[in-house]
Design a binder for this molecule. Structure first.
Ligand SMILES: C[S@@+](CC[C@H](N)C(=O)[O-])C[C@H]1O[C@@H](n2cnc3c(N)ncnc32)[C@H](O)[C@@H]1O
Length: 395
């Protein structure tokens, strides 16, 4: 996106200026010298100035009117009219310079000296909320840290300290520290695969790191539709704010029924918001949608939910395998069904988990067509986050 700026013209005639590229983080515009060159000679003059040591470090090339460019040059570069410039003129305009590479460079030297060794090495961004773990010892500088982050990341509205995971729903305890516009809400919109999803990192679970798994859900469901030659009945009883089902229900002619729920009432509220938004915006009126704020194991208690589902998602990583027996009654009978689930297990237990899942399916007399367990990522030094995908026919 070009940024129009108002150049300081010195004694030059008027022209409008736009940045050629928008650097990731731009500081305030500063007046600086530029060499006006024909656009097609930009590379030549950039190299020439760089070799001579005259290029202004960290400043961008300006795009000028009439096919001209402005190369940012340092004050001590030759004067206007010097023969080095081969007839090209120099001018002064607001240059756009990159800000510091790292947010911590925006802290005062005094603070930086005190806390360098305790600075957080990473942070997470969900929508316009930045989440960072701050050591207790540097909490007294949390305001300065948050302000530095707000300056560094123009798209961030709110900076929150992450105080760890709490409660049954394993939601983060977030302490809002500073907001760009006074709005302290942690509710935010994230974009995944070009779709907007409401989430709230202080109230509901959401991880952008699993977006690949969600893409694979889609491929796997499309394969099942080809095998069944009809639209699918989908169930995601641990749906969170809904990222797993959104790509599936948006796929043309893939889903006929969608049963989704979550036990966490805050996550459920966002799930409803996301799905009703999506369905009305995309006119998906032919999908039969049932949403429930309930324990996943209760879906089977209603007769109308039994033996319905073709494609089941089981995403409760600490308990997926334990809950599985109570979800199997939902699977359709007499045709291929698929389960895609995720579990946290000991690294050495991959084969055992496969056997455990096979045994659970066998107790429902399932004709097991395939079971694949694979590591998605490491979870801790001894544990892994694994995906299981099973294909079976329940008689
Ligand atoms: C790992 S998250 C997965 C959320 C979502 N599927 C995703 O991919 O972002 C697990 C979800 O299960 C919900 N949950 C926990 N226990 C549950 C239960 N017994 N029944 C239904 N949902 C439960 C949590 O609130 C959480 O939203």
């Amino acid at each position: 996106m070009p940024i129009n700026i108002n150049p300081h013209l010195g004694n030059m005639s008027s022209f409008s200026v736009a940045m050629l590229k928008t650097p990731p983080c731009l500081d305030g515009a500063k007046p600086m010298r530029h060499l006006r060159v024909p656009s097609e000679e930009t590379q030549h003059w950039l190299e020439f100035c760089r070799n001579k040591g005259w290029l202004m470090p960290g400043a961008g090339v300006l795009t000028l009117e009439e096919g001209l460019k402005g190369i940012p040059i340092i004050d001590s570069a030759p004067n206007d009219g010097d023969e080095f410039w081969q007839g090209n003129s120099t001018f002064i305009a607001q240059g756009l310079t990159r800000g510091p590479e790292h947010w911590s460079d925006r802290l005062s030297k005094e603070i930086l000296n005190q806390i360098t060794h305790l600075l957080p090495k990473s942070h997470e961004i969900q929508g316009d909320v930045l989440i960072v773990k701050l050591d207790d010892e540097i909490m007294e500088f949390s305001q300065q840290i948050a302000q530095a982050m707000l300056e560094q990341f123009p798209s961030i509205r709110l900076v929150c300290a992450d105080k760890g995971v709490v409660g049954n729903f394993r939601v983060r305890n977030l302490l809002p520290i500073a907001s760009r516009d006074g709005n302290m809400t942690t509710r935010t919109k994230i974009k995944e695969n070009n779709k907007s999803i409401w989430t709230d990192p202080a109230k509901a679970y959401f991880s952008a790191r699993l977006s690949n798994e969600r893409i694979q859900n889609l491929t796997s469901a499309i394969d099942l539709r080809s095998e069944l030659n009809r639209k699918l009945r989908l169930c995601d009883p641990y749906a969170g704010v809904g990222p797993g089902i959104i790509p599936l229900i948006l796929e043309h002619d893939l889903i006929s029924h969608c049963y989704a729920g979550d036990l966490n009432p805050d996550a459920f509220e966002l799930l409803e918001l996301n799905l009703h938004d999506l369905i009305s915006k995309n006119k998906l009126t032919e999908i039969d949608l049932v949403l429930k704020n309930q324990d996943a194991r209760k879906w089977k208690n209603k007769q109308e939910n039994i033996n319905k589902i073709d494609f089941l998602l089981v995403n409760l990583p600490h308990d997926s395998i334990n809950h599985l027996p109570e979800l199997l009654p939902l699977l359709a009978k007499g045709s291929i069904t698929k389960i895609r689930g995720w579990a946290i297990i000991e690294r050495s237990e991959l084969k055992n988990s496969e056997n455990q899942i096979k045994n659970i399916l066998n107790t429902s007399n399932a004709d097991v067509k395939s079971i694949h367990c694979s590591e998605v990522k490491g979870f801790s030094s001894s544990k892994i986050f694994m995906r299981f995908e099973t294909k079976q026919i329940i008689p």
